[in-house]
Design a protein around this ligand. Structure first.
Ligand code: GLN
Ligand code: ZN
Length: 769
C-alpha cells in the first residue's frame, strides 16, 4: 500500500483516555477529599500528575496528538455544564462559595440539595450527570479548565487537542429543569449556547490550540429534521468564526446516517467516524455522499469499547479505501478509551496465551500507532507487527476456548419448541395457582438482602485464606437462616434466600461458567468514583456444575413457604460483560441461555416452584437506531425463553427489570412469556402498571411499592396507597406486592421496617377486596 504524496503523514490519536490512574489514584484522592483526608491542593496535584503521566505515555507510544480536557474529577458532561455556566439554581450558592465543593454538590448532592440526575451515556455502562436547562437558562463561558489542561500538555512540549462535548449533543443530553413545563426542548437554546462555545474556542485558539475536538455522539441516533437542521446551523456558525481553531467533529458508537451529509457540507475541517461493529456501514455511507473532499478524516478503526485485539489487515484495508474518500486520513480509536481497562499486562492471572487476544487502553493505543505507521509507510513498515497480529488472531479463532463442539452443537440444535413453555400462559396460571396456593396480592422481594459488613468480611477472609471454603459456606448458611426466619416472621409469602453468596449479580455467574474470564485490575469507570470490573465473555459458554441450587435448596429446607430461585438472565449477563466480537451477539446470548436453562431445570428438579430470571438490562442494550430494535429484541427475548422454556406448567417463572422506562418495549416484555414480572415503579407512582394495562398485558405484575434507592422507610399507609393505585390498572388476581429492586445496598433496620410496612399494607388492602 502506498500513500498519496500530496497528503501529510497520517496522525495517530485517541479521543480520550481512562482517568483513573494505574492504581485508581483518582478514586482514592477524590474520595479522600470528600472525607476530609486529602486537601484540595493535594487532589489537584494528584490529578495534574495523572494527566501528565497519561499524556507522556501516549506520546511515548507514538501518538501525535494527545487529547486534553477529557480528564474529569467526576464526569465530563458535568464539566461541560460548568464550562457553559449551566449551574442549576439550587447549586449556585455552593458553587459560589467554593467551585470544587459546588461541583461535587452538583454531582452528589448535599444534605440541603439534591444532585443532578444521572443516566447512561448512550449504550455504554458509563453514567453522566444530566444537564438541567429551561427557558430562563443563561449561558456564560468558563474556559478555565479547558485552557489550563491544554497549557499543561503544551508545557510538556506535546501537540495537544482539546476535547469538548459538542453543543448539539450537550443540548440533546439535557432535560428540562425541575419546575419547567414538560415539552420544553433544550435544543431551542442552541442560539444562546453557540456564542459561549465561540468564546471557549477563541480562548483555546489564543492559548495555541491548532485543533479542537467537538464530540457529537448524539448524532448517531435517529434524529429529526429539526435536529439535523440544528446541526447544520451550529457548525455553519462555529465554522464561520474568524478567530477559531480548526474543528474536528467526532462521532462514535454507531454510523452517522443522515447527519453525515450535513457534516460533510459544513465548514468543519475534520470529521471523526466510527468504523467498528455496526458503524462499519459508515464506509459505504461515506462513499455514497461522495466522500469528504478537502477534509481530514479521523478513522476510528480500533474499537474503543471492547477488549479484543484489532484485526490489522482488515483495518488497513478500510484505511486504504478511506484514502480515496477524504483529503487526508488519520487513525484513532472508535471512541474514547474511557470504556476499557488500562493495561492487559497487569493481568497476571490470565493465561498468557489468552492475554494475547486482549487489548486494553494501553494496547489499543499501540495498535493505533502501528496502523498509522502502516498507512503512512506501507505494510512493509509493520511486517513484524502484522505477523504477530495474524498469529494472535489465529490462536483465538482456533482455540478450544472459543470452539467447544458440544456447546456449538447444542446451540445449533435449538428449536422453536425449546424457546416455548409447554402450555399457554392462562393454563399455566391456573396450574400455578393450584400448586402454590398463594393469597391475593402475594408479597415477595426482588432477591438480595443487605450485604452486611460480616458478609464482606467473610469474602475478604476467604480470599486472604483466613477461612476455608467450608468456613465461608457456614457463614453464608447462617446468613440465609437469618433472612429466611426474618421473612417468615414478617409474613412474606414468597421467600428468597437473600443472595448473600453473590459479590455481584453478573460476576458471580461469570466466575462459575466456562468461557468467561475475570480480571484483577480491569476497572472501568461506571460513574464518578465508582468503578466496575466487567468479566470478559471470551469463549463458548457452558456450565460445569450447578451455580445456585445448593443455596436455594438450603433456604427451602428451612421453611414450608415457597422459596424463589434467583438467576441473572442471559441479556444482562451480556450487557454487563465485555462480549466476544467474533460471532453475532445473538449466538453468544443463546449459549448463555442454554447454560442458564440447565440451572433453571436443576432448580425445578430440586423442588423449586418459583424461579426468577432477572433482566434489568433488557432495555438499556436496545440499539441506538430504531431500525435495529426488532432484530435485537428478537434474539434477546428468545434467549430469555430458552432459559425458562424447559420447566413444567406449574413452575412459576418471574422476571425483574429496573433502571429504565419500559414504555417502548412493552411488546418485548410480553414476548418473554414470563408468568410474573416485577418492575421499578415507586418513584413514578406506579405509572408502569398503567402502561402495561393500557397495552393489554395479560400476566401478573409486581410494580415496586418501596423505593430502595432511598434510605427512607415508606409507611404502611403510603404503600397501601400505591397498591390501590396499582389496583386501578391491574386486577387483584394479577397484582404482586414487592420493592422496586434488590435490597443489597440498604441497611437491615430500614429493610426490616419497610418490609413490615409492606406486608401490613398488603394485608390491609386484601381486607378491602
Ligand atoms: N435479584 C437481584 C437483586 O435483588 C436483582 C438486581 C437488579 O435488578 N439490579 O439484587
Ligand atoms: Zn432491579
Amino acid at each position: 500500500m502506498t500513500t498519496k504524496s500530496a497528503a501529510a503523514a497520517p496522525r495517530a490519536t485517541v479521543y480520550g483516555y481512562p482517568r483513573q490512574g494505574p492504581n485508581r489514584e483518582l478514586k482514592k484522592a477524590v474520595e479522600g477529599y470528600w472525607k476530609g483526608r486529602v486537601t484540595a491542593d493535594a487532589l489537584r496535584d494528584t490529578a495534574a500528575e495523572l494527566r501528565r503521566a497519561t499524556w507522556r505515555r501516549l506520546a511515548d507510544a507514538g501518538v501525535h496528538e494527545v487529547p486534553t480536557g477529557d480528564f474529569s474529577y467526576y464526569d465530563h458532561v458535568l464539566d461541560t455544564s460548568v464550562m457553559v455556566g449551566a449551574i442549576p439554581a439550587r447549586h449556585r450558592a455552593a458553587v459560589e462559595t467554593d467551585a470544587l465543593d459546588g461541583y461535587f454538590a452538583m454531582a452528589r448532592g448535599t444534605r440541603e440539595v439534591t444532585p443532578l440526575e444521572m443516566t447512561k451515556w448512550f449504550d455504554t455502562n458509563y453514567h453522566y450527570l444530566v444537564p438541567e436547562l429551561g427557558p430562563d437558562t443563561v449561558f456564560t463561558a468558563d474556559s478555565g479548565k479547558q485552557v489550563a489542561e491544554f497549557r499543561e500538555a503544551l508545557a510538556l512540549g506535546l501537540t495537544a487537542r482539546p476535547v469538548l462535548v459538542g453543543p448539539v449533543t450537550y443540548l440533546l443530553l439535557a432535560k428540562p429543569a425541575p419546575g419547567v413545563a414538560a415539552g420544553f426542548e433544550p435544543l431551542t437554546l442552541l442560539d444562546r449556547l453557540l456564542p459561549v462555545y465561540a468564546e471557549v474556542l477563541a480562548d483555546l485558539r489564543a492559548a495555541g490550540a491548532e485543533w479542537v475536538q467537538l464530540d457529537e455522539p448524539a448524532l448517531v441516533a435517529d434524529r429529526s429534521l429539526a435536529e439535523l437542521n440544528a446541526v447544520a446551523r451550529a457548525y455553519r456558525e462555529l465554522g464561520a468564526l474568524t478567530d477559531r481553531p480548526k474543528l474536528l467533529v467526532a462521532s462514535y458508537f454507531d454510523r452517522l446516517g443522515a447527519a453525515l451529509s450535513v457534516l460533510a457540507k459544513s465548514p468543519v475541517e475534520r470529521l471523526g467516524l466510527d468504523f467498528t461493529g455496526s458503524a462499519a456501514a459508515n464506509l459505504d455511507e461515506l462513499a455514497a455522499v461522495g466522500g469528504l473532499p478537502g477534509k481530514r478524516l479521523l478513522a476510528g478503526v480500533v474499537n474503543g469499547r471492547n477488549v479484543w485485539i484489532n484485526d490489522f489487515e482488515k483495518s488497513l484495508s478500510v484505511l486504504g479505501t478511506l484514502l480515496g474518500l477524504a483529503g487526508q486520513v488519520d487513525v484513532a480509536s472508535s471512541c474514547s478509551l474511557l470504556h476499557v481497562p488500562l493495561d492487559v499486562t497487569a493481568e497476571r492471572d490470565i493465561d498468557p496465551g489468552i492475554a494475547r487476544w486482549l487489548a486494553f487502553a494501553r494496547q489499543k493505543t499501540e495498535e493505533i500507532v502501528i496502523l498509522a505507521r502502516g498507512l503512512a509507510r506501507g505494510t512493509g513498515a509493520i511486517t513484524d507487527e502484522l505477523a504477530t497480529n495474524r498469529t494472535d488472531l489465529a490462536s483465538r479463532a482456533g482455540s478450544a476456548l472459543t470452539n467447544d463442539p458440544a456447546v456449538r452443537a447444542r446451540a445449533a440444535a435449538v428449536t422453536d419448541a425449546d424457546a416455548r413453555r409447554s402450555q399457554p400462559y392462562q393454563e399455566r396460571a391456573a396450574a400455578q395457582r393450584a400448586h402454590l396456593g398463594l393469597p391475593l396480592l402475594p408479597t415477595t422481594t426482588i432477591g438480595s438482602f443487605p450485604q452486611t459488613t460480616e458478609l464482606r468480611t467473610a469474602r475478604a477472609d476467604l480470599r486472604a485464606g483466613r477461612i476455608d471454603t467450608a468456613g465461608y459456606d457456614k457463614r453464608i448458611e447462617a446468613e440465609i437462616r437469618e433472612v429466611v426466619s426474618f421473612q417468615e416472621e414478617t409474613g412474606i409469602d414468597v421467600l428468597v434466600h437473600g443472595e448473600p453468596e453473590r459479590n455481584d449479580m453478573v460476576q458471580y455467574f461469570a466466575e462459575r461458567l466456562t468461557g468467561y474470564l475475570a480480571t484483577r485490575h480491569g476497572w472501568v469507570q461506571s460513574y464518578g468514583t465508582r468503578y466496575v470490573r466487567p468479566p470478559i465473555l471470551a469463549g463458548d459458554i457452558s456450565r460445569p456444575a450447578p451455580l445456585t441450587v445448593r443455596w436455594t435448596t438450603y433456604a427451602q429446607s428451612l421453611t414450608g413457604r415457597p422459596v424463589k430461585g434467583m438467576l441473572t438472565g442471559p441479556v444482562t449477563m451480556l450487557a454487563w460483560s465485555f462480549v466476544r466480537d467474533d460471532q453475532p451477539l445473538a449466538d453468544t446470548a443463546r449459549q448463555v441461555a442454554l447454560a442458564l436453562r440447565d440451572e433453571v431445570d436443576d432448580l425445578e428438579s430440586a423442588g423449586t416452584s418459583v424461579i426468577q430470571v432477572d433482566e434489568p438490562a433488557l432495555r438499556e442494550t436496545l440499539p441506538l437506531r430504531a431500525r435495529d430494535h426488532d432484530a435485537y429484541l428478537d434474539w434477546a427475548t428468545e434467549a430469555f425463553r430458552i432459559t425458562t422454556g424447559g420447566v413444567r406448567a406449574d413452575t412459576q417463572i418471574h422476571t425483574h427489570m429496573c433502571y429504565a422506562e419500559f414504555g417502548d418495549i412493552l411488546p418485548a416484555i410480553d414476548a418473554l412469556d414470563a408468568d410474573v414480572i416485577s418492575l421499578e415503579a415507586a418513584r413514578s407512582h406506579m405509572r408502569v402498571a398503567d402502561e402495561l394495562a393500557a397495552a393489554g398485558y395479560p400476566r401478573e405484575v409486581g410494580p415496586g411499592v418501596y423505593d430502595i434507592h432511598s434510605p427512607r422507610v415508606p409507611s404502611a399507609g403510603e404503600v397501601a396507597g400505591l397498591l390501590r393505585k396499582g389496583l386501578e390498572a391491574v386486577p387483584a388476581e394479577r397484582l404482586w406486592v414487592n420493592p422496586d429492586c434488590g435490597l443489597k445496598t440498604r441497611g437491615w433496620p430500614e429493610v426490616r421496617a419497610a418490609l413490615e410496612n409492606l406486608v401490613a399494607a398488603a394485608r390491609e388492602v386484601r381486607g378491602t377486596l
